[in-house]
Design a protein around this ligand. Structure first.
Ligand code: ZN
Length: 238
């Protein structure tokens, strides 16, 4: 019996050690906390801490950042010092894992490198891209048909085309170099709803879905977030 208890303890602590350590960053945009964090509570392979900006950028700029395997950004923030900008770039040059969700696409309007990191940006003011004027827009509570662009990728495998009630963003700038994971034909939405963007030595993931509870509770959204974190953690080279 004692042996059984001991092996169970060892097994338990081993399982604890192997969990992916995630930092979930928010700040700058309201959201319903309980249903949002339930997405992360439902993922058995992770443990996570939460931090609100500007504290998150302060931690990311300190050695404390090494406590985490994956940084998940659900912030919408504009304040970032030149030193903190360098920290993001250095982390990604080392191969750190970063996942940007939903309104994180609106962050750092005045930091030109940010679009190169995420692979796209929701510009809050009209911009001219390749001769077209982009006027970014959003609409809530839209029934969105979602197509899985790459059914074999570890982030999207096992997910069939699905529908989700969520917010759409329109007229967003997306770099031509991104590797699309999800798309939609909804006329008010940008074409791609999730992608991978290579930056430095990192494969940065962006997922547009996830405005509120109707998105958070969608099983396809949850599977996507879980697989994104698990794949991203495996890619981590830092
Ligand atoms: Zn939103």
């Amino acid at each position: 019996m004692l042996f059984f208890i001991l092996t169970e303890c060892i097994h338990f602590s081993f399982a604890q050690q192997k969990k992916i350590r995630v930092l979930v960053v928010s700040g700058g945009h309201e959201f319903e906390h309980k249903p949002f964090y339930d997405v992360f509570n439902s993922i058995p392979s992770i443990t996570y801490d939460t931090l609100v900006q500007p504290q998150a950028n302060a931690l990311i700029s300190s050695p404390e950042v090494n406590r985490y395997d994956v940084l998940v950004f659900y912030d919408m923030f504009d304040l970032i010092s030149p030193t903190q900008q360098e920290v993001y770039i250095n982390l990604l040059t080392k191969g750190a894992s970063m996942i940007f969700l939903h309104h994180a696409l609106v962050s750092y309007q005045n930091w030109p490198e940010f679009i190169k990191i995420v692979g796209g940006q929701y510009h809050t003011h009209p911009v001219v891209v390749n001769g077209d004027t982009l006027r970014a827009s959003y609409e809530h509570d839209v029934n969105i048909p979602v197509k899985v662009e790459d059914k074999k990728h570890p982030v999207t495998q096992g997910i069939s085309d699905f529908e989700i009630v969520d917010e759409v963003y329109g007229d967003v700038e997306i770099l031509g170099s991104v590797k699309p994971l999800l798309s939609t034909t909804h006329p008010k939405s940008m074409r791609y709803l999730a992608w991978i963007n290579h930056y430095g030595n990192s494969d940065v993931i962006y997922i547009q879905l996830g405005h509120g509870p109707s998105g958070y509770s969608n099983p396809n959204f949850r599977k996507l977030i879980q697989q994104a974190i698990e794949w991203s953690a495996k890619q981590s080279k830092k």
